[in-house]
Design a protein around this ligand. Structure first.
Ligand SMILES: O=C(O)c1cc(=O)[nH]c(=O)n1[C@@H]1O[C@H](COP(=O)(O)O)[C@@H](O)[C@H]1O
Length: 299
């Protein structure tokens, strides 16, 4: 593995995947899945779905990723079920990555950080997904809260959906900072000194945060297509959704992540694994099979 010795969240992450293998099992209680599992689309159905996932996945997956949106659908009762999933999976030994994709101005971001990353919160998880599109610096409160408690944030860089490409591959002047006022604007534009893709600028900002060896800042880079990013200096985890329902396979991963440190790559699947439920044994077997395919592909 490249880089400095790993501590903090990075150590917790590497220990978890070292023990259980590289798979993040998504817990996405889609209405269609509830129906497929023979459950009502209601809080009762959600609770049963969640309990099956905790029992099947919590003891074997290195990381579980509840998708907050599917709990939010049911309002406060859904959030109560989410709290139960978070605690249950942690007690079973999995790291919990709350897929909340939060992002806002810094002062509001601080409240999101309290909600998802501080011990006092009933939703406190081991990590949370965040969006950098209000500016990478707006994520500072979450990065600080995570760093202070050996937790992590996973920042969207190059997402698995086709709609992300136009924004994420756009070229930016990486040294550009907004003038404080109109009068501060230069009379003529200066030549851009460094240009890079938006996603690469996020990778580079994350790598700078990880220079302390804590791997506090992970990235989200989809497994569904070549991304063209240089991830070699990141020294942090790379969540890679897209396996299964979105079409990527374990065999795609080595070429998608050529040049990255594969020890950090954490492929994720939700529907591709959850389709094996509601039987606990079958669901756990599907999770282990997907993990084994990933480990075999990485060699
Ligand atoms: O942050 C994520 O997890 C995420 C990022 C991304 O680029 N693409 C993506 O699909 N996801 C999430 O990963 C899960 C994918 O679900 P499946 O397609 O069923 O495996 C969903 O919860 C998505 O919200």
């Amino acid at each position: 593995m490249t880089g400095v010795s790993v501590q903090g969240f990075g150590r917790r992450h590497l220990d978890a995947v070292g023990e259980r293998g590289r798979l993040c099992a998504g817990i996405d209680p889609h209405a269609e899945l509830l129906e497929e599992w023979g459950l009502p689309v209601s809080v009762d159905g959600l609770t049963r779905f969640a309990d099956i996932c905790v029992e099947a996945l919590g003891p074997v997956a290195a990381v579980v990723k509840p998708q907050v949106a599917f709990f939010e659908v049911f309002g406060s009762a859904g959030f109560a079920v989410l709290e139960r999933v978070i605690r249950g999976c942690q007690e079973a030994g999995a790291l919990v990555l709350a897929d909340a994709k939060r992002g806002d101005i810094g002062s509001t971001m601080a409240a999101y950080a309290t909600a998802w990353l501080e011990d006092t919160s009933p939703l406190c998880s081991d990590a949370v997904t965040v969006s950098p599109y209000l500016g990478f610096g707006s994520l500072d409160p979450a990065v600080s809260a995570a760093r202070a408690s050996d937790r992590g944030v996973f920042v969207l860089a190059r997402t698995s959906n086709p709609e992300g490409a136009a924004l994420q591959t756009a070229t930016v002047d990486s040294l550009c900072s907004e003038p404080a006022s109109v009068s501060d604007r230069p009379l003529r534009s200066e030549p851009a000194s460094v240009t890079k893709g938006v996603a690469q600028s996020i990778v580079d900002a994350a790598a700078a945060e990880n220079a302390d060896g804590t791997a506090t800042v992970g990235l989200v880079v989809g497994a569904t297509r070549a991304h063209g990013l240089d991830l070699s200096a990141l020294n942090g985890p790379i969540l890679s959704p897209g396996l299964g329902a979105q079409g990527a396979t374990a065999d795609d991963l080595p070429s998608v992540f050529a040049g990255a440190d594969l020890a950090w790559v954490l492929p994720a699947s939700s529907r591709g694994v959850l389709g094996a439920g509601p039987d606990v044994v079958a669901l756990r077997a599907a999770c282990e099979k997907q993990r084994d395919e990933i480990e075999a592909a990485f060699g």
